[in-house]
Design a protein around this ligand. Structure first.
Ligand code: XMP
Length: 510
C-alpha cells in the first residue's frame, strides 16, 4: 500500500493498542509488532519512525525485554515511551535505577518548548505517569526536555540522531495534549505527511480483494453487527455477486432487527440468505437456565445452521472473517479465567468447505471500521450500532428463555432505546439495554394485585468495554421510561436501574 508506515514495538505495556490508535488518529498508518522483530524484518518494513511501547519490566533486569542495539544505527527516528524510554536510555549507555519517589497518576510537568516534541504547547502541563524506575544518567548526546518535581528526565531527546523519549504516557487521555506530542514526533521529527485515510484504504482494499479472489466464490456470515456488515460492504464493492452472505436469525435479536438487517442489504448486488431459525434455537434452549450452557448451545447451534446452509451452496473459495485489529494485537496471554465464553460469528472455519480465509478488516481499529463503513455507503444507523452480543437476548433474559419472555424484553428494550435516542443521549451512553430478570414481585395496577416480572435497565459508559461505569441517566428520563414500559408492556410491574460498575459486575447480566 502506498502510505508511510510507523512501527510500534511492543514491550508488553497495557496501553499498546492505544498508542497505535493515537498514531492512526494522526492519519499515520502504524502496526504493532513484538519487540523481538528482527532487524532484517524492520529494514524490510522500511518504517518512517519507530515507537517503543511501555512495559512492566525494569530496563536494568537481565531478563527484561531488550532491543537489538543495531536498531539505533538504521537512521530511523525512534520514540521510547515509559519502559521504552528507559530501555533506550539504558541501551545507549545511560543509567536507569529504582526511584525513591515513584510516580503514578496525573503529574505536573515542565516542558522545554524548544523541543520539537512540545512545539506549539505551553511549558507546563499534566502528564500521566506510571513508573517505579527513572533515568538518572542520560546517554551521551541526549538532553532532558521535561521534568517533574520527582523525575529529572520526564522526556529526553537526541536531536541529531532523532531519538526521543517520554517517561509518561502521551497516549492516555489524562496526559494533556498527549496526542499533539505524538503528532509532533510523527510530523516534525519523522516527516510523516498524514497519508492514511479511509478513502484510500477502501480503494486499495477493494483492489487487493479483487486481485486475490479473481472469479472465486466468497462466503460471509453476516450478523448485522458493525464488523460483519462493513466486511460485507467491502466484499460486495469488490466482487459483487460472487459474494454470498448468510444471515442466521436466531430469533434473539432486538425488536425488528432481523428485518432491518435484511433491509440494509436488500439493494446490494450480493446473494443474501436469511435463515429464520428462531424456533430451532428456542427448542434447543428449552429448560436451560445456566448462562454458560445457554451461550454454548447458541454458539453450537449457530454453527450447525450456518453449516447446513453453506452445504447447500457447495464448496466456496473464500470464507470472510470480521477480525479487527484489536483481536490481532491482543496477545492471547493464555491462562486468564473464563468469565464468559464469547460467541462471535466468524469462528467457523472447521465446518465449512473453503480454501482460504479473507480478513479484510484485520488491520483496522473499530473507529476505522466505522469510517470505512460510511465511506462504503452504509447508513449512520448501522455503522454506529451499539455492540450486541452474539447470543443476543438469550443472555439478557435471566434463566429459562421462552418466546413470551423474548417478546416482553423486545418491547421493553425498544422503549428504553427509543427514549434514550430521543434525548440524544445515545451519543454519550456507549451501550444500553433492558434485562428481563427472573424475579417476580407484587404490585398494584388499577385496583388489582399484580405478580409480575422485574425489568432491569442497564446503561454504561466505557472506552474499551473492559471496564465500564454506569451511565448517569437523569432521573426524569428514567421516570418517563419506567412509566412507559409498565404501561405499554405486559407482565412487567417493577423497574430497576443497574448502578454497578465493571468490575465487579460485567456489562451483560449473564
Ligand atoms: P461483558 O458482559 O463481558 O461484556 O462485560 C463486554 C462487551 O462484550 C459484549 N459481549 C459479547 N459480544 N459475543 C459478543 O460478540 C458475546 O458472546 C458477548 N458477550 C458479551 C457485551 O455486550 C459488551 O459490549
Amino acid at each position: 500500500m502506498a502510505h508511510q508506515y510507523v512501527l510500534i514495538l511492543d514491550f508488553g505495556g497495557q496501553y499498546n493498542q492505544l498508542i497505535a490508535r493515537r498514531v492512526r488518529e494522526c492519519n499515520v498508518y502504524c502496526e504493532v509488532k513484538p519487540y523481538k522483530t528482527s532487524i532484517e524484518e524492520i529494514k524490510k518494513l522500511n518504517p518512517t519512525g519507530i515507537i517503543f511501547t511501555g512495559g512492566p519490566n525494569s530496563a536494568y533486569d537481565e531478563n527484561a525485554p531488550k532491543v537489538d542495539p543495531e536498531i539505533f544505527n538504521l537512521g530511523i527516528p525512534v520514540l521510547g515511551l515509559c519502559y521504552g524510554c528507559q530501555l533506550m536510555a539504558q541501551t545507549l549507555g545511560g543509567n536507569v535505577k529504582n526511584a525513591d519517589a515513584k510516580e503514578f497518576g496525573k503529574t505536573e510537568t515542565n516542558f522545554n518548548t524548544d523541543s520539537l516534541l512540545f512545539k506549539g504547547l505551553s511549558d507546563k502541563g499534566i502528564t500521566w505517569m506510571s513508573h517505579n524506575d527513572f533515568i538518572d544518567v542520560l546517554p551521551e548526546g541526549f538532553t532532558s526536555v521535561a521534568h517533574t518535581a520527582d523525575c529529572p528526565v520526564a522526556a529526553m531527546e537526541n536531536v541529531e540522531k532523532k531519538f526521543y523519549g517520554m517517561q509518561y504516557h502521551p497516549e492516555v487521555n489524562h496526559t494533556e495534549n498527549g496526542t499533539i506530542m505524538l503528532k509532533n514526533f510523527l510530523y516534525e521529527v519523522c516527516g510523516c505527511v498524514g497519508d492514511w485515510n479511509m478513502e484510500n484504504y477502501a480503494q486499495t482494499a477493494i483492489n487487493d480483494i479483487r486481485e486475490k479472489v479473481k472469479d472465486g466464490k466468497v462466503l460471509l456470515a453476516l450478523s448485522g453487527g458493525v464488523d460483519s456488515s462493513v466486511a460485507a460492504a467491502l466484499l460486495s464493492k469488490a466482487v459483487g455477486n460472487q459474494l454470498t452472505c448468510i444471515f442466521v436469525d436466531h430469533g434473539l435479536m432486538r425488536k425488528n432487527e432481523g428485518d432491518e438487517v435484511e433491509a440494509a442489504f436488500a439493494d446490494w448486488d450480493i446473494n443474501f440468505i436469511r435463515v429464520n431459525a428462531g424456533e430451532q434455537f428456542l427448542g434447543k434452549l428449552a429448560g436451560v437456565d445456566d448462562p454458560e450452557t445457554k451461550r454454548k448451545i447458541i454458539g453450537e447451534e449457530f454453527i450447525r445452521v450456518f453449516e447446513a446452509e453453506a452445504k447447500k451452496i457447495g464448496a466456496v473459495d473464500f470464507l470472510v472473517q470480521g477480525t479487527i485489529y484489536p483481536d490481532v494485537i491482543e496477545s492471547g496471554a493464555g491462562d486468564a479465567a473464563v468469565i464468559k465464553s464469547h460467541h462471535n460469528v466468524g469462528g467457523l472455519p472447521d465446518y465449512v468447505d473453503f480454501k482460504e480465509i479473507i480478513e479484510p478488516l484485520r488491520l483496522l481499529f473499530k473507529d476505522e471500521v466505522r469510517q470505512l463503513g460510511i465511506e462504503l455507503g452504509l447508513s449512520e444507523k448501522l455503522v454506529w450500532r451499539q455492540p450486541f452480543p452474539g447470543p443476543g437476548l438469550a443472555i439478557r433474559i435471566i434463566g429459562e428463555i421462552t418466546q413470551e419472555k423474548i417478546d416482553i424484553l423486545q418491547d421493553a428494550d425498544y422503549i428504553f432505546r427509543e427514549e434514550i435516542a430521543l434525548t440524544g443521549l445515545d451519543k454519550d451512553i456507549h451501550q444500553y439495554f433492558a434485562v428481563l430478570t427472573s424475579m417476580r414481585s407484587v404490585g398494584v395496577m388499577g385496583d388489582g394485585r399484580t405478580y409480575d416480572y422485574t425489568l432491569a435497565l442497564r446503561g454504561v459508559t466505557t472506552t474499551d468495554f473492559m471496564t465500564a461505569d454506569f451511565a448517569r441517566i437523569p432521573y426524569d428520563l428514567l421516570a418517563k421510561i419506567s412509566s412507559r414500559i409498565v404501561n405499554e408492556v405486559k407482565c412487567i410491574n417493577r423497574i430497576v436501574y443497574d448502578v454497578t460498575t465493571k468490575p465487579p459486575s460485567t456489562i451483560e447480566w449473564e
